[in-house]
Ligand binder design. Structure first.
Ligand code: C2O
Length: 550
C-alpha cells in the first residue's frame, strides 16, 4: 500500500436548507464532508485542524485500527478533544478491509454536520466479487436541524426530557421536494444511463433514526454491509441504521423510460417518543441519447415504502444478510467462545438534580439509558486509553463491569417499578485473543425500541437474533456459525435480542454503544479494555507525540 495524506479543516460554513440559513461546522467547507478514498493496505494520515470554537474529534467508523487505537477518535475514550486552533494527525493503516464506511465527529452531537464517506477500494487488480459497476455513487443520509443541534442536545440534557427532533432528512445533504420551502436546488438529481449497473454506496449518518430507502420501479441487489461482502440478495427497500453502510447494485432499465423515479428515505420507528416523521427525496433521472430531443415534464413515479413501524419487514430483511463466505472470503466467526456476556440495553431514568425540575418520563426524573443498568460516564481530565497506558487508571475507570445483569427482571415484560440507572465508568478487561460472545437483550422499560449497537475496533458476527427474552437453553441451538453477517453495527430488535461474537485480537480501549446519538448521550455505552498480546505486532503502539491534551 501507499501513504495517503489528507487535511481536514474544521471550519464554519453558511448553509441554507428549508429556508433557514445557519453557520454549520464543516470539513473543508463541504457539506456533507469530502470522501476519504484509499485502498486496502494503504496507510492514511489525516491532519485535522480545528478552526472553530468547539472541541472536535473525528472517528473513522468501522476502520479496524489494528494496534492504532490512538487514531480511533471517540472523545475521552481514545483521545482528549482537539481544542480550538489545535490539530491532531490521525494515523492508521487499512488492514483486511475494503468497502464503504463513514467518518464522523465523535463528541457531543457534532456528527449532525461533520460526516462523510470512507471508500476503501480493493487492492490493485483485485476485482469485486460481483459485476464490475459502470460507476460508483456514494449516497449519504443525514438529518437537518433548523437550529444548532448543540443547543438541542444541551437543552435535552439540562431539562432531562426528550430532545427536539430534526426538521428534515437529507440525501447527500439535500432534503428534497416534500418539505415546505424546498427549492429545486434542494433536490439531488442522480443522472444515470440506460442498461448499466451502478454501485450505490449507501451510508446512514443520521443522528437518531433508522431509515428505509427505496427507488421507484427499481430493484436493488445488496452485495456488502459495513465493508464486508454479503451473499447477494434482491430487495425493493433497504433498512439502514445510523452507523451502517450498505452497498447495492442498481441495474438501470435497458432503454431510457419516459419517466423519472423518486428515491425516498423515511424513518423506521418503534419507540414511544416523538420523532421526525418526514420523507426525504431525490430523483433518479435517465439521460436520453443526444440525437433525440430530451423529453420534458416527465412524470415522477413514487416507490412504496413499508409503514413507519414495519418490524415484520425489518425482521425479514435483516435475516437476509449472510456473509459471502466463499473460498476467497471465508467467514471467520469464532466457533468456540472463551467468554460469554449478557448485556441489557435500553432506556431508564436517573434522579433529577436537587433544586431543579426535570421533564423526564416520570415525576422529577431525567431520561437515561444504560447497559446492564449502568449509564456510562465519560472521564474529562484524561481519555480512558491514556489512563490505561500511563497506568493512571485508578480513579478514572473501574474494571468490574458486570458480565450479566445484577438484578435480572423480565426484560421484555412489565417493567420493574424502579427504573433508575447508576452512573459509572466501568470497563470489561479481556485478555488478548479472547473469543467473546455477547447477547444484547433489549428492554421494554419506557417502551421497547430497537437499538443499533456499534462496536469500535472490531467487526462482529451476528450469530443469532430473536424476540422476547433470550433463552440460554434453547436459543444457541439455532445460532448460525456458518455464514453469519459480519458488521460493526447491528440492530437489537425492539423487545428482542441479538447474539454477537468477535475475536478480541486488537489491543486498546474500545467503545460499544447505541448509534442513536440521543441514546449515546444518555449513557447507552460500555467499553472493552483489550490487553496487549505477547508478540510485538500484538501491542498497542506508543501514543503519538501530537495527541491532544485535555
Ligand atoms: Cu460511529 Cu462510536 O461511532
Amino acid at each position: 500500500g501507499i501513504t495517503r495524506h489528507y487535511t481536514f479543516n474544521i471550519e464554519y460554513l453558511n448553509v441554507t436548507r428549508l429556508c433557514h440559513t445557519r453557520p454549520i461546522l464543516s470539513v473543508n467547507g463541504k457539506f456533507p464532508g469530502p470522501p476519504l478514498v484509499a485502498r486496502e493496505g494503504d496507510r492514511v494520515l489525516v491532519k485535522v485542524v480545528n478552526h472553530v470554537s468547539n472541541n472536535v474529534t473525528i472517528h473513522w467508523h468501522g476502520i479496524r485500527q489494528i494496534t492504532s487505537g490512538w487514531a480511533d477518535g471517540p472523545a475521552y475514550v481514545t483521545q482528549c478533544p482537539i481544542q480550538s486552533n489545535q490539530s491532531y494527525t490521525y494515523n492508521f493503516t487499512i488492514t483486511g478491509q475494503r468497502g464503504t464506511l463513514l467518518w464522523h465527529a465523535h463528541i457531543s452531537w457534532l456528527r449532525a454536520t461533520i460526516y462523510g464517506p470512507i471508500i476503501i477500494l480493493p487492492k490493485h487488480k483485485v476485482p469485486y466479487p460481483f459485476e464490475k459497476p459502470h460507476k460508483e455513487i456514494p449516497i449519504i443520509f443525514g438529518e437537518w436541524f433548523n437550529v444548532d443541534p448543540e443547543a438541542v442536545i444541551s437543552q435535552a440534557l439540562q431539562t432531562g426530557g426528550g430532545p427536539n427532533v430534526s426538521d428534515a432528512y437529507t440525501i447527500n445533504g439535500l432534503p428534497g421536494p416534500f418539505y415546505n420551502c424546498s427549492s429545486n436546488k434542494d433536490t439531488l438529481k442522480l443522472k444515470v444511463k440506460a442498461g448499466k449497473t451502478y454501485l450505490l454506496r449507501i451510508i446512514n449518518a443520521a443522528l437518531n433514526e433508522e431509515l428505509f430507502f427505496s427507488i421507484a420501479n427499481h430493484t436493488l441487489v445488496v452485495v456488502e454491509a459495513d465493508a464486508s461482502y454479503t451473499k447477494p440478495f434482491e430487495t425493493h427497500t433497504i433498512l439502514i441504521a445510523p452507523g451502517q453502510t450498505t452497498n447495492v447494485l442498481l441495474k438501470t432499465k435497458p432503454k431510457s423510460p419516459n419517466a423519472t423515479f423518486l428515491m425516498a428515505v423515511r424513518p423506521y420507528f418503534t419507540g414511544s417518543g416523538t420523532f421526525d416523521n418526514s420523507t426525504a427525496g431525490a430523483i433518479l433521472q435517465y439521460t436520453h441519447p443526444s440525437h433525440k430531443p430530451t423529453p420534458q415534464n416527465l412524470p415522477l413515479l413514487q416507490p412504496t415504502l413499508p409503514p413507519i413501524n414495519a418490524t415484520d419487514f425489518v425482521t425479514k430483511f435483516t435475516a437476509k444478510f449472510k456473509s459471502l463466505g466463499n473460498d476467497k472470503f471465508p467467514s471467520k466467526v469464532p466457533k468456540m467462545v472463551d467468554k460469554k456476556f449478557f448485556f441489557t440495553v435500553g432506556l431508564g431514568t436517573s434522579p433529577c438534580p436537587k433544586n431543579t425540575t426535570c421533564q423526564g418520563p416520570t415525576n422529577n426524573t431525567k431520561f437515561a439509558a444504560s447497559v446492564n443498568n449502568i449509564s456510562f460516564a465519560l472521564p474529562h481530565s484524561l481519555s480512558l486509553i491514556q489512563a490505561y497506558y500511563s497506568k493512571r487508571s485508578n480513579g478514572v475507570f473501574k474494571t468490574d463491569f458486570p458480565s450479566v445483569p445484577i438484578n435480572p427482571f423480565n426484560y421484555t415484560g412489565t417493567p420493574p417499578n424502579n427504573t433508575l440507572v447508576t452512573n459509572d465508568t466501568k470497563l470489561v478487561v479481556l485478555n488478548f485473543n479472547t473469543s467473546v460472545q455477547v447477547v444484547l437483550q433489549g428492554t421494554s422499560i419506557l417502551g421497547a425500541e430497537s437499538h443499533p449497537l456499534h462496536l469500535h475496533g472490531y467487526d462482529f458476527f451476528v450469530v443469532g437474533q430473536g424476540f422476547g427474552n433470550y433463552d440460554e437453553n434453547k436459543d444457541p441451538e439455532k445460532f448460525n456459525l456458518v455464514d453469519p453477517v459480519q458488521r460493526n453495527t447491528a440492530g437489537v430488535p425492539a423487545a428482542g435480542w441479538i447474539a454477537i461474537r468477535f475475536q478480541a485480537d486488537n489491543p486498546g480501549v474500545w467503545f460499544m454503544h447505541c448509534h442513536l446519538d440521543i441514546h449515546t448521550s444518555w449513557g447507552l455505552i460500555m467499553a472493552w479494555l483489550v490487553l496487549d498480546g505477547p508478540e510485538p505486532n500484538q501491542k498497542l503502539q506508543p501514543p503519538p507525540s501530537d495527541l491532544p491534551k485535555c
